[in-house]
Design a protein. Structure first.
Length: 274
């Protein structure tokens, strides 16, 4: 469609303005006469969230509680006073998930704005094992940790152990993400004929590692690690650069707080029979 422009023509009667149809030579010139440049959408404001996590029964602060956004990709642990600070959070509705060993998980909905101020207060309800006696609970958990540590030292292979602080600090989503990004384990696609889709590359070939969850063999192998969030894991053990991988959930350690068990032997010398 031709565009019309106002022109001025010299004639015997003087200057005569009139409209003339002039074809556009450059499309950009035509559009610039009527369409203004689109302004980029402003980025969402980023804010910090501060709060404190405490025991609803005793009113005391809960240290090392995991506070994360619902997507599990951003979170922190509370300090010794139960205080947390989440940086660079997008303003708007957010769902915070708070977990701690020995307490019921809690989700807290909040609308965060740049004008928000003050401390959020999050109360956690202790599970029965905590009500039964903190001293006995701590002693049993310490005993279970010592037994696992002894097994690692006696393995005779390169071993890495990642506790709750290290796992949560990474905030990689799932234990599988953590292995792939933060450990020395090289995860690759399994060859045809295997039950798992993911294998570990060891000594020039892809192998299916032994994978255990709470001392029980995970028949889904590495794929099963995708069903857990990092915030749900108490401890991860990696033997011989991924030949055997064991994770322990918070729920399992709560069971050990009642009565510690003897860790089962390692299976580094055999291959998984699946």
């Amino acid at each position: 469609m031709p565009r019309f422009f106002r022109l001025t023509v010299l004639s015997a009667r003087g200057r005569i303005p009139y409209l003339a149809a002039v074809p556009c030579v450059a499309a950009a010139l035509c559009f610039s006469a009527t369409v203004s440049a689109q302004e980029p959408e402003p980025e969402a404001a980023r804010v910090a969230i501060m709060g404190v996590v405490y025991d609803v029964v005793t009113g005391t602060a809960i240290p090392t509680a995991a506070v994360s956004l619902e997507n599990g990709r951003q979170g922190v642990l509370t300090d010794d006073q139960g205080i947390f600070r989440l940086e660079d959070v997008e303003a708007g509705p957010q769902l915070l998930v708070v977990t701690q060993f020995g307490y019921q998980k809690r989700a807290v909905a909040a609308t965060i704005t740049p004008e928000s101020s003050g401390m959020m207060q999050v109360a956690l309800t202790p599970r029965p094992i905590m009500l039964a006696g903190v001293t006995a609970t701590v002693e049993n958990v310490t005993e279970m940790e010592a037994r696992l540590r002894f097994r690692r030292r006696a393995a005779g292979f390169a071993t890495q152990a990642y506790d709750r602080r290290e796992l949560f600090r990474a905030m990689t989503g799932t234990p599988l993400d953590f292995l792939n990004q933060r450990s020395m384990v090289r995860i690759v696609t399994c060859p045809p004929g295997t039950l798992s889709s993911r294998c570990v590359f060891r000594r020039g070939r892809a192998i299916e590692p032994w994978v255990y969850v709470d001392e029980a063999l995970a028949w889904g192998g590495l794929d099963e690690l995708e069903t857990y969030a990092v915030s749900d894991i108490y401890l991860m053990e990696v033997y011989s650069r991924g030949s055997e991988i064991r994770i322990y959930t918070n729920q399992f350690m709560e069971q050990m707080a009642r009565k510690p068990m003897m860790p089962i032997p390692l299976n580094l010398w055999t291959r998984p029979a699946r």
